[in-house]
Each structure stands twice: as C-alpha cells, then as structure tokens.
Design a protein around this ligand. Sequence first.
Ligand code: 5GP
Ligand code: ZN
Length: 119
Amino acid sequence: MTSQTPGDCLFCKIAAGDIPSDRVAESERSIAFRDIRPAAPVHVLVVPRRHEPTVGALATASDEDLADVFRLAAQVADQEGVADAYRMVVNTGSEAGQTIFHAHVHVLAGTAFTERKMV
Ligand code: 5GP
Ligand code: ZN
C-alpha cells in the first residue's frame, strides 16, 4: 500500500500547522478540520497527529490514537449539531477512494443519505 513519510505528508503538515486548515476541534492526539472539497454541508476530516497510512495501521499501532480519532469525530458531530444523523467514512486503498495516505475519518452530515448507500 502506498505510504508517505511524515516529512512529505499533507496531513502531517496540516497537523503541525505548516499548512493552513479550517480547524474545528482538536485533542492531544488528533485534529479535526473542514475538507477543502466538501461532499456534504458538514464535511470534517478527523486525523490522528501520529502518521500511520491507514486506520487499520493506526489500530495496530495505538489503541489510544484509534479511540481518540473516533471520540473526536463524535465530538465534532455534536459540535456541528448533527449528532442525530451523520456518517463516519474511512476509505482504505486507492481503489476504495483513499487519496491521502495518513489515516483519517470523514464526518459527513447535513444531506439526505439516500445516494450510494452500501450497507
Ligand atoms: P480520502 O480521499 O483520502 O479518503 O480523503 C482525503 C480528503 O482530503 C479529500 O476529501 C480531499 O478533499 C481532502 N483534502 C485534500 N487536500 C486537502 C487540503 O489541502 N486541505 C483540506 N482541508 N482537505 C484536503
Ligand atoms: Zn502524515
């Protein structure tokens, strides 16, 4: 699977503050910022500060970081006023739509969830 080193990783640079982002929340282990190309009225990316290429790799590397990403994602949904109806989406692998190989969870809401429902 494609991997990037933290030195050339976009989300590492955003986490470090070297590249600007519209940050909506953060914790000691994770940050949350608005997606630059929103696919829904609420579209926030929740990203561990630790560089791991996928959420699966993050789960293997650190229970704490994995839990924190999902905890912050739920907090973001609450904060955005969509706690009653939102999706968390994790793309893994380029064939599944992953374009940034630093683990992240999409928080999507504010739209009718009728299109392309897979499960
Ligand atoms: P993926 O396709 O890997 O699941 O999700 C990567 C997401 O990162 C995409 O939805 C894309 O719009 C978003 N993205 C790419 N570059 C930037 C950027 O520079 N800033 C922000 N805020 N989002 C980005
Ligand atoms: Zn990274």
